[in-house]
Design a protein around this ligand. Structure first.
Ligand SMILES: [Zn+2]
Length: 472
């Protein structure tokens, strides 16, 4: 993610209250059974996103079939979720914000369901034994909601002038489908989205066949590589869509039709393939089956987000018609750092943003601008060392210490171990952890193994030390 510098608003404690309410509901429902089956947790315990994510199961696939009518702002959906119980499970939660649920089945049987704020609580007819795969289907409908009090301004499902944009970090997916909404539970996705003829409906992954019936067109998208829920997006509206291929894989870019056909946004997106290839030369093979990018014009999107295989860029990056390729390099670098190798917990977000910020320096140097070393020197001089990169606190999870101090740490590692070892560390990380999740400790351990030397003190000083570290 890259912010455009607006003042973020603070999220209220509503989610924390939700979690507490759920805990009370668990007790009141008397769900402790003497057969060892028990409810899954209503939360993952990640303090950065209280209430988001759930326990007791692991999702492997989301099959989403939704239709959206911009005229009424009404969304109708069926989510078919394939998961495996990770405990003997009497009951489990999905995250779902707003929207009315009409029917839930688990396997072939109807399941009881109720809502507790942002949670959909599902009680299957029979308990789900640990290790058993199961399928839950949820029929739902309603007017989706925005997340207007997010750290980043507006996110969630936004009704726009010509359609809608569903987008946002750290959570947004629950505003348009029931989900285990935490990056620690990644899954593959198939999406069919039906919109009025003439509108585009863009999402992640490989495009499938389109079909039209009675004035409505169904667009299909498939992301086979595991994806964190906050990396999903749905963009509906009047877009200039360019469908091609790059390195043998589909490349789909889309720019809002109200923007100039050869303007800064279009010119920046047109360099996507070139930038991806440069980053692949440094980080290892591109991790997904498709490429692309989407530029939206709704000015509530005051950021760009690395939605998997197809980042979404807010309009401010291309103000004055500038072809801002720095932000493109940043979001594309996230395809390796954040999307393919994802966080286990949000307190480690520098693993996403530090590397993506460093990739901006690499790209700038490659593109004939300032060297990474020069950017490092300038940033070093400007850094407030009292703010840590790891566990930055919820209000600073998109702060300078995460982005810029994170990038300084990456370059300090490079200076310490040398270019060959440094890039071998990065490529080993992206290869060994592809499609999975990881922590800061995992990265430090891998760097030490590849470099065959102790590096923990270096990381401690550069990531969290309270004073300016000695230059390597
Ligand atoms: Zn970022």
């Amino acid at each position: 993610m890259v912010l455009t510098g607006r003042t973020p608003t603070r999220r209220r404690l509503a989610a924390a209250v939700t979690a507490l309410t759920c805990a009370i509901a668990v007790a009141a429902a008397g769900c402790t059974r003497d057969d060892g089956f028990r409810p899954g947790a209503a939360d993952t315990g990640d303090p950065y996103v209280p209430g988001s994510g759930n326990g007791g199961y692991d999702v492997t696939h989301y099959g989403l079939d939704v239709s959206y009518d911009p005229a009424s702002d009404r969304l109708t959906g069926r989510a078919t979720i394939t998961a495996t119980a990770t405990q003997d499970l009497s009951r489990f939660n999905l995250d779902l914000a707003g929207l009315a649920v009409s029917r839930v089945t688990v396997g072939d049987a109807r399941a009881e369901h109720r809502r507790v704020d942002g949670e959909l609580v599902v009680t299957p007819h029979d308990g789900l034994p640990r290790g058993r795969p199961f399928t839950v289907a949820v029929d739902y409908a309603g007017v989706p909601t925005a997340v207007t009090d997010g750290e980043l301004g507006s996110g969630g499902f936004l009704h726009t002038a010509d359609g809608a944009v569903a987008l946002g970090q750290p959570d947004s997916a629950a505003t348009w489908f029931p989900v285990n909404d935490h990056p620690s539970d990644k899954a593959s996705y198939d999406l069919a989205v039906t919109v009025p003829d003439g509108l585009s409906a863009l999402s992640n992954g490989v495009p499938g066949p389109k079909s039209s019936v009675d004035g409505w067109t169904t667009w299909r998208w498939s992301e086979r590589t595991p994806m964190a829920s906050y990396l999903t997006t749905l963009v509906i509206g009047d877009y200039r869509v360019v469908s091609g291929s790059h390195a043998g894989r589909p490349m789909v870019t889309a720019v809002a039709a109200s923007l100039p056909a050869t303007g800064g946004a279009a010119r920046a997106l047109a360099r996507t393939g070139e930038i991806v290839d440069f980053l692949a030369s440094r980080f290892g093979p591109y991790p997904f089956d498709s490429y692309g990018g989407i530029v939206v014009t709704d000015d509530r999107i005051g950021y760009a987000l690395e939605t998997q295989s197809r980042p979404v860029y807010g309009p401010d990056f291309f103000a004055d018609d500038r072809p801002n390729v720095g932000v493109v390099a940043h979001e594309l670098a996230h395809q390796w750092f954040g999307d393919s190798v994802s966080l286990s917990r949000w307190g480690d977000i520098w693993l996403n943003e530090g590397f993506a910020s460093y990739a901006e320096w690499l790209w700038e140097e490659h593109d004939g601008g300032r060297t990474a070393q020069r950017n490092f020197e300038l940033q070093y001089a400007a850094t407030d060392w009292s703010q840590p990169s790891v566990e930055p606190g919820r209000e600073r999870m998109f702060g300078t210490a995460v982005y810029k101090r994170g990038a300084l740490t990456v370059h300090a590692l490079r200076r310490t171990v040398g270019d060959d070892t440094f890039f071998r560390i990065l490529r080993t990380w992206t290869a060994e952890r592809a499609g999975g999740n990881a922590t800061t400790s995992d990265f430090v351990a891998l760097a030490e193994r590849v470099a065959n030397r102790q590096l923990r003190p270096l990381f401690d000083a550069w990531l969290v030390g309270g004073a300016a570290p000695t230059l390597p």
